[in-house]
Design a protein around this ligand. Structure first.
Ligand code: HOZ
Length: 441
């Protein structure tokens, strides 16, 4: 495979940009080798600077539920650009998008648009603190809520990939008010609530975790969080930056039946542009400035280009509910292909992760003990036990066959509506070879 242009670009990028990338996981640090630089993408395909073409299961880390460059989205964005890129003043589109979000997720009684998932969760936490008059929050190890100071504690995603779950540069005082519980472990939450009685403003959770690989909540876990927060006067925040409009049009609430007080959205809601949102109960959101005393602002918040991409994407999802059936069914096919290799797989709708759990022999020569094959990854510790070297080999084998999955064991595989049955079949074949037979080649 010719990668001359990507290599040249990466060399130059490294001189100018830390690590040569604008978001750490893109550097391929966890899998070795050099990242490819992207030239363009269309539908399920991504094309690099040397003309190599890959079936893309990263989908820009989630926004691309319709595939890349959906013609309707591109058309709408082109049109709105002609009217101006940003005004820093309200537009009709913002009202339309807020209304659409509320239609899809009725718990979103009031919505504030921001520009990134980080901003959305950071702001929701601030609102929870302002509303309750309390400082502490509970989060879960391996959940990732963006890179604001107080949330970079035992965080998943890129931090987990680099094995540095806490970031340097976060003042101790910030981290001290972030309490960390174990995902799917009620006891750990109960203990923190008990030890910090009357001090917890909110429990913030990924209702389906997707930043330590995909980890679903076990039966009753989210219901438990709903109950315990209510009993303790704390708010429940669903970080739906990944799950929103992904698991279903109504996000995690429609998918799990559990209601939160505040939700955060990103990725799909912006249709591929920098847009995110937070919102929820009217009485809580009424505390946000200029209505209330919790301050949050942004020059590009609700900018018309991103809003248009978001509106158009949600319109397509609302018009064709068959999309969710298709992407879930196709993801299930990938799940089956992974399971046939003996890997442990977690899947929620169109999100999935294959985990190289201990005991897995990537060569396929020595089958893992049956109980290990069955082992479920249900929290951060389980995920951390995975064999990262085996993952890296699998990653490069897939890439060599023209399939691009996230360059980290701890990110999700995203299936889009552009992944045809034929491409899914091709991917299943690639999985078979990449996980099992590569050393035999
Ligand atoms: N934190 C993102 C994945 N969960 C990575 C974003 C990116 O590198 O673009």
């Amino acid at each position: 495979m010719n990668t001359v242009n990507s290599q040249r670009l990466f060399q130059k990028a490294k001189e100018l940009i830390p690590g040569g990338v604008n978001s750490p996981v893109r550097a391929f640090g966890a899998v070795g080798g050099q990242p490819f630089f992207v030239e363009r993408a269309q539908g399920p395909w991504i094309v690099d600077a040397d003309g190599n073409q890959y079936v893309d299961y990263v989908c820009s880390w989630g926004p691309g539920i319709l595939g890349h460059a959906h013609p309707r989205v591109i058309e709408a964005v082109k049109k709105v650009c002609e009217k101006g890129l940003t005004f820093g003043a309200p537009t009709a589109g913002e009202v339309e998008l807020a209304e659409m979000i509320g239609t899809c997720v009725p718990d979103m009684e009031m919505v504030r648009l921001v520009s990134s998932g980080t901003e959305a969760v950071m702001s929701a936490v601030r609102v929870a603190r302002g509303y309750t008059g309390r400082d502490k929050i509970i989060k879960f190890a391996g959940n990732y809520h963006g890179h604001s100071d107080g949330l970079l504690v035992k965080a998943g995603s890129g931090l987990m990939t680099q094995s540095v779950p806490d970031s340097a540069g976060v003042p101790e005082g910030y981290a001290a008010s972030t309490l960390t519980a174990v995902y799917n472990d009620e006891e750990s939450v109960l203990r923190l609530m008990e030890e910090n009685k009357g001090q917890v403003a909110a429990v913030v959770v990924e209702p389906v975790a997707a930043n330590m690989g995909v980890v679903s909540p076990e039966a009753g876990f989210l219901e438990f969080l709903r109950r315990i927060t209510e009993e303790n006067g704390a708010l429940l925040i669903f970080d739906e930056v990944i799950t929103g409009f992904r698991l279903s049009l109504g996000g995690a609430t429609e998918y799990t039946g559990v209601h939160a007080d505040l939700h955060t959205f990103g990725k799909i809601v912006g249709g591929g542009m920098p847009l995110a949102a937070y919102g929820g109960r009217r009485d809580i959101m009424a505390n946000v400035a200029p209505l209330g005393a919790v301050y949050q602002a942004g020059t590009l918040s609700g900018n018309p280009v991103a809003v248009t991409a978001g509106i158009t994407t949600l319109k397509i999802l609302m018009e064709d509910r068959g999309i969710y059936e298709r992407i879930d069914r196709r993801a299930a096919k990938l799940e089956t292909a992974f399971r046939k290799t003996g890997l442990c797989v977690n899947r929620a709708g169109s999100l999935l992760s294959a985990f190289f759990v201990p005991g897995w022999d990537v060569c396929g020569q020595k089958a893992a003990a049956p109980e290990l094959q069955e082992q479920k990854v249900k929290n951060y510790e389980d995920a951390c036990r995975c064999d990262r070297h085996a993952f890296a080999e699998y990653f490069h084998n897939m890439l060599a066959q023209g399939i691009y999955v996230a360059p980290s064991q701890f990110e999700a595989m995203f299936v889009s509506d552009a992944h045809s049955d034929e491409l899914i079949e091709r991917t299943c074949e690639a999985i078979k070879v990449s996980v099992k037979g590569h050393k035999l080649a």
